[in-house]
Design a protein around this ligand. Structure first.
Ligand code: SF4
Length: 316
């Protein structure tokens, strides 16, 4: 039987960012340096395939520092941690390595600097996401106010509207965040913010690539995990920019082929924590059913790389 033709638009850039790459390397190097088990507080990056792979090599994933024994090293995930976490590890004299993405650490420093300058902090982010918890945890409890939507801005109660600053989660939707920032500026004209939102280069580039292809795709599949903020934002960006079927898939086995019946083009991208091997798996699944022509939609070239911390670079 001849296969129906399908144009497959492949987003570039897609998949792993420099912060995820560094965090995974840190766990692998820790396992080499200290042997198994190495403890990791929270999923090192939000991807089951990556986490399962590291678990098989001897990493043990826990949610709280209290679940780690004192005599084994512990690594903090790429999303960042409240200040109380490394402080507790130091008190227990544990060996710890902070795999927080440097771009998240930059936001932590910004929040502290604004607070030191007497400004009250507002964070634009998603309640309960580990990055939001980590950034808010750079200052004493109750010091950082969280807003998630433009509607939240109307209700936020501040100490002094003249002394305010904001930071954002790094993995938000660029367009949704711009609306929240506009609402903040309208209500608090004196508010201080970053020159550009704290949304990172990887989130920005992946969203731009999706925007460039959303209208020409009958369907868009984002390879990523349901708890990956930047992956979920890519699904939303696809839908908002004109793609009528925009879905998250963890693996090829999650593709709903019935929903794709009759399509002649599909866009594929991957969140910043999704490995390329899963993208290839999805492409192969399409090749098995369609006569595929691949077109790359490239909107940026990335060459960002972050160094691993010194404690792991030194000889054991
Ligand atoms: S998505 Fe951005 S902030 Fe998050 S780990 Fe990657 S580079 Fe860092």
């Amino acid at each position: 039987m001849t296969k129906p033709p399908l144009t497959l638009y492949l987003a570039a850039p897609r998949g792993f960012c420099a912060g995820v790459d560094r965090a995974i390397k840190i766990v692998e190097m820790a396992l080499e340096k200290w042997g198994a088990p190495v403890y990791v507080r929270h999923e090192i990056v939000h991807n089951k395939f990556v986490v399962d792979g590291l678990r098989a090599k001897g990493a043990v994933f826990v949610e709280e520092l209290e679940d780690c024994p004192e005599d084994r090293p512990v690594i903090f995930s790429a999303h960042g941690v409240p200040k109380a976490v490394p402080a507790a590890a130091a008190r227990r004299q544990m060996v710890y390595v902070d795999a927080t993405c440097p771009l998240v650490s930059k936001v932590h420093i910004e929040a502290q600097r604004h607070s030191d300058n007497g400004l009250q902090m507002i964070m634009i982010g998603h309640a309960g996401h580990p990055e939001t918890i980590g950034t808010m945890g750079q200052l004493p409890e109750g010091e950082v106010l969280l807003v998630e939507t433009p509607a939240d801005v109307a209700h936020v109660e501040v100490r002094d509207p003249e002394k305010l600053a904001y930071v954002t989660q790094t993995t938000l939707s660029i367009d949704d965040t711009a609306e929240i920032v506009a609402a903040l500026r309208a209500r608090f004209p004196a508010i201080v913010g970053p020159h550009k939102e704290d949304i990172c280069y990887a989130t920005t580039n992946r969203q731009e690539a999706v925007k460039a292809m959303a209208q020409k795709c009958d369907a868009l599949l984002v390879v990523g995990a349901p708890n990956s903020s930047n992956s979920r934002r890519l699904v939303e960006v696809g839908a908002k920019n004109g793609c009528r079927y925009s879905q998250l898939v963890q693996r090829a086995e999650n593709i709903d082929w019935r929903a794709l019946d009759g399509i002649s083009s599909v866009g594929i991208t991957a969140g910043a924590s999704a490995p390329e091997v899963l993208v290839n798996e999805v492409i192969d699944a399409f090749r098995a059913r369609y006569d595929v022509t691949i077109e790359t939609v490239e909107t940026a070239v990335e060459n960002v790389e972050f160094k691993v911390p010194r404690v792991l670079r030194e000889p054991a």
